[in-house]
Every structure is written in structure tokens, then in C-alpha cells.
Design a protein around this ligand. Structure first.
Ligand SMILES: NC(=O)C1=CN([C@@H]2O[C@H](COP(=O)(O)OP(=O)(O)OC[C@H]3O[C@@H](n4cnc5c(N)ncnc54)[C@H](OP(=O)(O)O)[C@@H]3O)[C@@H](O)[C@H]2O)[C@@H](O)CC1
Ligand SMILES: Nc1ncnc2c1ncn2[C@@H]1O[C@H](COP(=O)(O)OP(=O)(O)O)[C@@H](O)[C@H]1O
Ligand SMILES: [K+]
Length: 494
């Protein structure tokens, strides 16, 4: 099941709905216990709790309260605990009493060589960057100290995921009840995210796209949510969906090779190619059925148009022809540049349409940069243009017009290399041809693409050819025993 990421207001609503659990402090005790458990686990994995040392940086609100109660819990387990109070008059009174009673020490700065420092500066109530006094404490920490953020790394916006400067870079983030949007949108600074159950329910329930629920809604997929198309006993090369790739040019044959190579690898259906790089494409992938012109292409179930194709009149004519069909179409790279000039090309499309811009192409499409709120920006374009938009980057966001957005953290940044986007378009296009919705296709493609980059890299830089080479082992990780149900009913409703 996809995981929904809540806004700060939704979290507050959920907490309020828990009634006396909030008012009598039960939620905070549970949250603090969760933080202490995670810190204790970290200490145990590196030698045990007794005699170890933990620091806590305490802000003015309840986030600091969580941190103080957690530190008190750790002090009772034999951990030496030290606190810096950033706003001594506002530090959570009950938390501070518990901390002192357990033997915790309060000072102006933290001692050197701490095993763990707990960031209790701000959580969902934070605004803007980490203030200088807090930044100074974190800047003084050595590399040996593990930073555990309570709820969110301070300095990160809970809803947009904007990482202000300065902000805490956490190794572990412990949150409560449900992941917040920032845990996905700012994943690289959250480290490992641990969600602790504190006994609160999801206020909005299932997303139905209605205006009553918050929009956009952000989801992340687990590996189990990826439903990769596999050939069955009754399948042949046509039944699994034929994808057509229109890409490349005499100047840029590489884009055609990478996109068709990805399509050939992604599913077992047929791959067709249209364009001037047909000889090069067939030389690399003899199984591709290639033609120089669209008129001779043959039938397909989805089109990928754009990588390296150019932006001239011929490109415009090709785009017009393809977009006039009722087939699913993925538009990337040069096709996006042409559509930015001619938005009427997609305005009346009813068939599935997926745009896959990087930040620069996104700016071309909208006339403005993506900005700090990537989620709002991509959801707005999808809604205004009534199509699906996949915004590329470390965190890829795939927005439907309904306001449902799926995000994928690549987990590493090895894919930030020329031609990697061509590979992504080939993968996603072949999933469209296999009948996946644009959002499902985009989300699954982004996930295997990121995994392929990690497999190819093993810690060293890669090019897009290496990424393409690792695509098959990456896909294998998502197909293993899950493709079948025991009754033969399709899993496609997911
Ligand atoms: N409700 C519950 O039951 C539960 C809540 N829980 C916990 O409560 C947290 C929310 O607590 P909250 O609402 O008190 O806000 P919080 O995140 O502590 O920050 C607000 C304070 O910080 C300050 N401040 C703002 N920006 C700042 C900055 N950039 N740099 C420095 N300071 C800054 C601002 O004070 P100011 O100085 O502006 O007057 C304000 O007073 C939540 O994240 C979770 O951890 C859990 O216990 C589970 C149960
Ligand atoms: N910092 C990053 N971390 C992880 N993946 C990234 C990062 N930057 C880009 N990517 C991914 O790499 C690909 C790059 O696509 P694109 O910019 O279109 O490249 P090209 O046009 O050269 O093929 C996309 O799949 C994108 O999501
Ligand atoms: K925090």
C-alpha cells in the first residue's frame, strides 16, 4: 500500500482528534519513548548504553519537550546526558523537570565527543532556517556524533521540504504516527526515517480527489507497490504492448539508442523506433523494428517522443500527428520545448499523457522556475494542463490532475548524468504501452531507474550506458515472486 505523507496541519488535526491523549501528555510521552528507543538501539549497536553520552539541543516548543523526555529516559538507562536550552525561559517545563530529576546536566554548550545528539530545536512548528545559536551547536559536532532529529531535522519546512540554510543534516529522523511530506521531499537530510506508533489515526482517511481533502496529496511507494508487467503463457510480442520511440537525430543518435535500449529491456513487448538514427539503433539492438518515417512506423500502443529529436518544423509536425491519436504519449526533452511553444498541442488531449521535464524544461513549460515548493509546482501544472507531469531530480514527483502525487527518492544521485533521462523515458514508455497509467508508469520507471543507477555505480560515477546495462538486474528485484496471484486474478487494480 502506498504511504501517504501528511502536512503539518493534518498532523495537528490527528493529534487533536486523539483527545485526552494529547491534553494529558500521553502522546508526548509515547513520542519521547520512541525517540529514546531509537537512540538506545543506536548505542547498543555500537557497544551498549551504559557509560555512553548523549546531547540534546532544546528549542522553545513541544519538539524540545519530546527531546527532554527522551533524554530523561536515556539518563535512567545509564547514559550521561547534556542539554543546551536555546530558549531557557520557554523550555518545556515538565520535560525539563524530568530531565533534571533523571540526572541530566544543562549547560551553555555540549561537551566534545558525544555519541549521539538529539535535535529537539523545532518540529512541525518550525519556520525558516536554523537560528544562529542552534547552528553553532551543530557546527561544533565532530563527524563521530550521530544526529537523531525529533520529528524533522530543524530548518527543514515540514510541508514543502525546503531545506533552508542552515538546517540540520540528520542521520536518523524519528517521527510520530505518519511520515510528513518533508520526510520524502527532503529525504537526503532526514537520513533513516523511523515512524513510531503513538496511537493516533489518519484524519483525512483515503484520498478520493474531492475538495474536502487536502490537495495535493503526496504518496510514496514501497517495493511491493511496483507491479511490473511480465509475459504470461498466453502472451506474444503484441499482447504485452508495443512501444514506439521517436527520438534522436543525425546530431544526437545517442538519445535514440538509450531510449530504445531502455524500452527493449523494460518489458517483453515489441519496441519500434522512428527517426534518422534507425541504422544506429538497429546496430545496437537488432530486435528493434525501425523506420525512418512515422508513416512507415506500424502500430503501437504508446509513443515516447522527444529525446534528441530536435525542435524544428519536422518535430512540430511529428508531434502534432502523434498527439492527435488516442494513444498514450510520453513527451520528453525536445518535445517539451516544442510543447512549451505550442501548448495547444496537448490542450484537448483526452488520452493518457505524461510529461517528463527536468527543472529547466519545467521552467520552459510554465514560464517560471520550479521554486522551493516542488510539490505545489508540479501538482499545479498537472492540474492546469489536465495531464500527468513527472518532475525529475533526486526526488522525482509524478503528479496527476486529481492532485494525487507520487514521490520517489532515488536514494543516491548517481543518475545525475547526461542521457539518464533518455533511459527513463524508454522505461516509462514501455510501461505505458503495457497498459499502466501515466502515474503508475512514471513511478515504477523512476524506481527501477534509481535502483539501476545504484547497482551500476557501487560507489563510482557512471554514465547512462552503465545505467542502462544495470536495468535488467534492477527490474529483477521488483518482479521476483510477486507477479502472480494464486487465483490468477490480475493485480492491476493496485
Ligand atoms: N501536539 C502533540 O501532542 C505532540 C507534538 N509532538 C511534538 O511537538 C512538535 C510540535 O511542537 P510545537 O507546536 O510546540 O512546535 P515546535 O516544532 O516545537 O516549534 C515551535 C517553537 O519553535 C520556535 N521556532 C520556530 N522556528 C524556529 C527556528 N527556525 N529556529 C528556532 N526556533 C524556532 C518558536 O518559538 P519562537 O522562538 O519563535 O517564539 C516555537 O515556539 C512536533 O514536531 C513533535 O515533535 C509530539 O510530542 C507528539 C505529540
Ligand atoms: N541529483 C539527482 N539524484 C538522483 N537522480 C537524479 C538527480 N538528478 C537527475 N536525476 C535523474 O537522472 C535523470 C536525468 O534526466 P535528464 O535531466 O532529462 O537527463 P538527459 O536529458 O541528459 O537524459 C532523471 O531520471 C532524473 O530523475
Ligand atoms: K527537530
Amino acid at each position: 500500500m502506498p504511504t501517504r505523507h501528511l502536512t503539518a496541519d493534518e498532523v495537528r488535526d490527528a493529534e487533536r482528534a486523539s483527545g485526552h491523549l494529547l491534553t494529558d501528555g500521553t502522546l508526548m510521552r509515547r513520542a519521547a519513548h520512541g525517540v529514546a528507543q531509537v537512540v538506545a538501539g543506536e548505542l547498543r549497536s555500537t557497544g551498549g548504553c551504559y557509560g555512553r553520552s548523549v546531547g540534546v539541543v532544546v528549542g522553545a516548543g513541544d519538539n524540545g519537550g519530546d527531546a527532554l523526555f527522551a533524554a530523561a529516559d536515556l539518563a535512567r538507562r545509564g547514559v550521561a546526558t547534556h542539554a543546551v536550552l536555546l530558549a531557557p525561559d520557554k523550555a518545556h517545563p515538565a520535560g525539563l523537570s524530568a530531565f533534571r530529576a533523571a540526572g541530566g546536566r544543562v549547560g551553555d554548550q555540549l561537551p566534545d565527543g558525544l555519541d549521539v545528539v538529539i535535535d529537539g530545536v523545532v518540529g512541525i512548528g518550525g519556520r525558516g532556517p536554523l537560528r544562529p545559536a542552534a547552528a553553532e551547536v551543530f557546527d561544533a559536532l565532530g563527524p563521530e556524533t550521530t544526529i537523531v532529529a525529533v520529528d524533522l531535522p530543524s530548518g527543514v519546512d515540514a510541508d514543502t521540504g525546503e531545506v533552508h540554510t542552515p538546517a540540520v543534516r540528520a542521520d536518523i529522523t524519528v517521527t510520530f504516527g505518519f511520515p510528513r511530506r518533508a520526510h520524502l521531499l527532503a529525504a537526503p537530510v532526514c537520513g533513516r526515517v523511523v515512524v513510531v506508533d503513538i496511537g493516533i489515526g489518519d484524519p483525512a482517511g483515503e484520498f478520493d480527489g474531492s475538495s474536502k481533502t487536502v490537495s495535493p496529496q503526496l504518496f510514496s511507494y514501497s517495493d511491493e507497490d511496483i507491479d511490473w508487467p511480465l509475459p504470461g503463457p498466453g502472451d506474444d510480442k503484441y499482447t504485452q504492448g508495443v512501444v514506439g520511440i521517436i527520438a534522436g537525430s543525425h546530431r544526437y543518435p545517442g538519445a535514440a539508442i538509450l531510449a530504445t535500449g531502455a524500452a527493449v529491456t523494460a518489458t517483453s513487448g515489441m519496441t519500434r523506433y522512428v527517426g534518422s538514427a534507425h541504422a544506429e539503433v538497429v546496430a545496437h539492438f537488432p530486435e528493434v523494428v525501425a523506420a525512418p518515417d512515422l508513416a512507415d512506423a506500424g502500430r503501437v500502443q504508446a509513443w515516447v517522443v522527444g529525446p534528441g529529436m530536435g525542435t524544428d518544423d519536422a518535430a512540430l509536425t511529428t508531434l502534432r500527428t502523434v498527439l492527435d491519436t488516442d494513444l498514450p504519449v510520453l513527451l520528453d526533452a525536445d518535445a517539451l520545448t516544442v510543447v512549451a511553444e505550442h501548448p495547444e498541442l496537448v490542450a484537448r488531449r483526452a488520452a493518457p499523457t505524461l510529461l517528463t521535464p527536468h527543472a529547466g524544461e519545467f521552467a520552459r513549460l510554465t514560464g517560471a522556475g520550479v521554486g522551493a515548493d516542488r510539490l505545489a509546482a508540479v501538482a499545479d501544472l498537472a492540474s492546469r494542463w489536465s495531464l500527468t507531469v513527472l518532475l525529475k531530480g533526486r526526488i522525482t514527483l509524478i503528479a496527476e490532475p486529481s492532485g494525487r502525487v507520487v514521490g520517489n527518492d532515488a536514494g543516491s544521485s548517481w543518475a545525475a548524468t547526461a542521457g539518464a533521462g533518455d533511459v527513463l523515458s524508454g522505461i516509462a514508455g514501455s510501461l505505458l504501452a503495457a497498459g499502466r497509467s501515466p502515474q503508475e508508469a512514471g513511478a515504477a520507471a523512476a524506481r527501477v531507474h534509481a535502483r539501476a543507477a545504484e547497482l551500476a555505480s557501487c560507489g563510482a560515477p557512471i554514465g547512462a550506458s552503465a545505467l542502462l546495462g544495470a536495468l535488467r538486474p534492477a527490474i529483477r528485484e521488483f518482479t521476483a515472486p510477486r507477479g502472480r496471484t494464486r487465483t490468477g486474478t490480475p493485480r492491476s487494480s493496485r
